[in-house]
Design a binder for this molecule. Structure first.
Ligand SMILES: O=C(O)C[C@H]1C=CC(=O)O1
Length: 96
């Protein structure tokens, strides 16, 4: 199943820079591993914001929930999830 996920990161202003840097580095490693696995299909920065729009390809909502809540930055994110289904006019076979 495909899901569109919008994540907005809000790190506390008083978080020590070293802790923020460590969280971001760990998040990057996890995100890149999930992209290599094919589960995190697209990752786009929203221009001008500390936010992204992503497409996940997972078995269902339970797997997506497990992946998102395991992200190191999850405690500092606002997350919005939308389930996607095939568009009848799409010419692509890989969008289901
Ligand atoms: O930067 C972000 O949008 C937050 C998060 C998502 C992937 C990643 O590496 O960090």
């Amino acid at each position: 199943m495909l899901f569109k996920v919008s994540m907005t990161v809000r790190l506390p202003h008083d978080m020590p820079q070293a802790h923020a840097d460590e969280l971001k580095a760990t998040e990057r490693a996890v995100a890149q591993q999930l992209q290599r696995s094919g589960k995190w299909r697209h990752l786009w920065r929203v221009a001008g914001r500390y936010a992204n729009v992503s497409i996940f390809d997972v078995s269902g909502a339970d797997e997506l929930h497990a992946l998102l809540t395991a992200l190191p930055l999850f405690p500092y994110m606002d997350v919005e999830v939308e389930a996607l289904c095939r568009h009848p006019s799409s010419i692509h076979d890989d969008d289901r």
